[in-house]
Design a protein around this ligand. Structure first.
Ligand code: NAP
Length: 434
């Protein structure tokens, strides 16, 4: 894979309209993740072998026990349009499945079919003579045809599904898996609102810097990131106006870009129209008609407007659903109401709080932090949620609708646990306790 770096990044850029500068770090992440899981396998730590030898005062019968982890069996992988490398054919789900000892059967994503085929070819070459069918690839170029996806998920030999994508896609696949004669687990990492709260003193002292950081985070990869900040809650006051103005200025200056795929651009424009029912445009009301899209900033006039249903809803009020693209909603609220508002939001991959050093010692910060912990898989203090480090302490999941498995991270070494199941051996084979 590393020897095909330029080739792979160029193909990804051509098909997704992401830039080489955006794709290079993602390539590094994909290779790094494969190496990380290879390291786990070499160290034997995916086996998590636990022994319970007989002891003086056992709880229950004094059997010698040994607990091991075994692969669940073949895993289907559905990647997302926006991370064609990190969640693609050789992305984190495939890498973690292989590390568990499971074959990975990857369903092609219609937003980047040529890249998928190239990566599948690289996988075949890499596995040749070692594990020929460890990575398999199903071509499925028609975005409207889900019959192949359905036959894969309902195939009797399949043991699990790793899905990264929209909430609607995750629900559809989980339902197929649940109603099989033998149900199997679907680990669905889905879309997320990623709320950001800015406390009064941070706003007073750093409004422009925070606006700059948020704009950079929203504009990167044209906002097509599962961790993009989508809802910004500002404590009412002068700093809130300054931050909103600076954010609007930066987003207005953001470029019109081609989205990952035409249907993703149409969905973005549809979401903006739906949000207009309960929020007003500050930036981005006028959108190009040449297939590109522009950043947008909307403002809800009050906290309660967030909870109003708009013209489109899939279970949450319109402003509380993800808009996949370079758009965010801003709302000013009484600072004392921030904790209760954050606690009432849908589950998210991330939740962010900006607070001054003094504020971090206060009660409001503690309550805001607690509310974010209750609703998100990762809480960010004075930073942005985009940019995911692959490491043992990373949690990449969240309460519904961010994921249907908030206990299982899709990123970091713990991701391998999704494809393993424990087996306890009671007694010994020929007296062997090893
Ligand atoms: P998507 O439209 O849900 O597609 C993902 C994959 O699932 C594709 O292969 C797609 O095939 C398939 N699929 C979708 N609906 C299906 C259905 N009803 N039946 C069978 N297969 C179905 O998502 P996307 O547009 O590629 O990705 C963008 C979304 O992913 C955003 O919401 C983003 O936030 C989320 N995302 C989440 C994470 C995370 O880690 N939580 C990471 C990246 C992206 P077809 O295209 O053929 O339908």
């Amino acid at each position: 894979l590393e020897s095909a770096r330029n080739d792979v990044c160029a193909l990804a850029a051509q098909e997704t309209a992401l830039t080489i500068a955006e794709l290079e770090p993602e390539f590094g992440r994909a290779v790094g993740t494969l190496r990380m899981f290879a390291g786990l396998v070499r160290a034997g730590s995916t086996l998590a072998d636990i022994h319970s030898p007989p002891e003086a005062a056992p709880i229950g019968p004094n059997h010698p026990l040994r607990r091991i982890l075994v692969p669940i069996g073949p895993v289907a992988v559905f990647g997302a349009s926006n991370f064609p490398l990190a969640y693609g054919v050789l992305g984190g789900d495939t890498a973690s499945a292989l590390a568990a000892g499971c074959a990975a059967i990857v369903k092609e994503h219609p937003a980047h079919p040529e890249l998928g085929r190239r990566l599948a070819q690289i996988a075949r070459e890499a596995c040749a003579g070692v594990a020929e069918d460890a990575v398999q690839y199903l071509e499925a170029p028609d975005v409207h045809d889900h019959t192949l996806a359905a036959s894969l998920v309902t195939h009797p030999a399949l043991a699990g599904v790793g899905f990264t994508g929209s909430v609607a896609g995750g629900i559809a696949l989980a339902e197929l898996a649940r109603t099989r004669p033998v149900p199997i687990p679907v680990f669905a990492e889905q879309g997320s609102l990623n709320p950001v709260a800015v406390l009064p003193a941070a706003l007073g002292g750093q409004a422009r810097e925070i606006a700059h950081s948020l704009a950079g985070s929203i504009l990167l990869r044209h906002g097509q990131q599962c961790t993009k900040p989508g809802l910004i809650l500002l404590a009412e006051g002068q700093g809130a106006d300054e931050l909103t103005r600076a954010l609007a200025e930066a987003l207005r200056a953001g470029p019109a870009r081609r989205p990952l795929a035409p249907w993703i651009g149409s969905a973005y424009l549809g979401r903006l129209r739906a949000c207009e029912a309960t929020a007003r445009f500050i930036v981005g009301r006028e959108q190009p008609t040449d297939g590109t899209t522009r950043p947008a900033l909307l403002e809800a006039s009050s906290a309660s407007d967030l909870f109003l249903s708009g013209s489109e809803s899939r279970g949450y009020p319109t402003l509380l659903e993800e808009t996949f693209g370079p758009a965010a909603v801003v709302v000013c609220v009484d600072a004392t109401r921030l904790p209760e508002m954050l606690a009432a939001l849908p589950g998210a991959l991330t939740g962010t709080v900006w607070a001054s050093a003094e504020e971090q010692r206060g009660e409001l910060f503690g309550r805001v932090f607690g509310a974010l912990v209750s609703r998100a898989g990762r809480v960010i203090i004075n930073g942005v949620p985009t940019g995911v480090r692959v490491s043992p302490a990373m949690t990449h999941t969240g309460p519904w609708p961010a994921s249907n498995h908030p206990e299982a991270s899709a990123v970091g070494p713990a991701a391998v646990l999704r494809w393993l199941r424990p087996v306890t051996v009671q007694g010994t084979i020929n007296g062997d306790r090893g």
